[in-house]
Design a binder for this molecule. Structure first.
Ligand SMILES: C[S@@+](CC[C@H](N)C(=O)[O-])C[C@H]1O[C@@H](n2cnc3c(N)ncnc32)[C@H](O)[C@@H]1O
Length: 249
């Protein structure tokens, strides 16, 4: 592993690259509770093969990405940003023991669950404010994933610029299961988000949820394009309602 974990402070098998700041996670976790989306260890181990909520729609996007990683020459150094309870990072680590996977988040509770459930030599869970660790991560990763996490980053364009500096020469950034909006849709989407969090009793979450313009990823390739398909709907076929975006350095 290119990051030297032996020198990094750890607690409950989570490595701390920056001090904990719960200002986001306390509201985020309150919402997860209200949505009944805090999963038990047994449920997390099954992901994405869990027959509830959005999970049946996430199986194909997960499998497509894992197939891509499996075809790559190993070892690959992979960073999963917003790894949450760690299920996706773990799936990637299972593709090859030669690959080295780092799951990064700012949510101590879920990181501790991840580190408790998924113990592997090629998998590390890290707490970090990504904007404060730029020097440590320069040209370190072959693949970076943002899976279901872009909506929590206000400065998404700034994040992408930073992540490009984290990539190795032929590195890739993958954005999976993440919403983008047409400019004209953003105001209404913001209003829906505000109403949703207010109705759930956690209005403090509203400023932490961001709606990004699809133009932000104009220099990305689209490897799976979501299209509403009435035939699939009738046949009960389930797939991600979001496109798969890939940036190659
Ligand atoms: C909806 S969950 C997605 C978890 C997992 N990637 C998945 O696909 O199921 C979003 C995650 O992004 C994390 N997150 C939000 N802001 C973040 C930040 N600034 N840095 C790292 N992770 C962040 C949250 O704590 C949460 O665990």
């Amino acid at each position: 592993m290119k990051l030297d974990f032996s020198r990094i402070t750890q607690q409950q098998n989570v490595y701390y690259l920056t001090p904990e700041d719960p200002s986001f996670s306390k509201h985020y976790l309150a919402i997860r509770e209200k949505e009944n989306r805090v999963l038990s260890d047994t449920e997390v181990r099954k992901l994405p093969y869990l027959p509830k909520d959005e999970w049946p729609y996430r199986i194909k996007s997960t499998e497509r990405f894992l197939t891509h990683v499996a075809k790559k020459k190993h070892p690959q150094h992979i960073l999963t940003i917003g790894c949450g309870n760690g299920w996706f990072s773990n799936k990637i680590a299972e593709v090859s023991t030669e690959n080295q996977v780092v799951g990064l988040d700012v949510n101590r509770e879920e990181l501790e669950q991840a580190a408790r459930i998924f113990k592997k030599k090629n998998l590390h869970f890290v707490y970090a404010d990504i904007f404060k660790i730029s020097k440590k991560c320069e040209t370190l990763f072959d693949i970076i994933t943002l899976n279901g996490a872009i909506q929590y980053f206000q400065d998404f364009e700034g994040l992408l610029s930073l992540l490009k500096t984290f990539l190795t020469e032929n590195g890739e950034i993958h954005i999976i299961d993440s919403p983008f909006y047409k400019m004209e849709e953003i105001a209404a989407a913001k209003e829906r988000t505000k109403n949703y969090y207010t109705e759930l009793g956690v209005p403090e979450m509203t400023p932490h949820y961001h709606h990004h313009d699809e133009k932000t990823v104009r220099d990305f390739e689209v490897w799976y394009a979501y299209k509403k398909n009435i035939i699939h709907k009738i046949l009960g076929k389930k797939d991600s309602p979001f496109s798969w975006y890939v940036f190659k350095s």
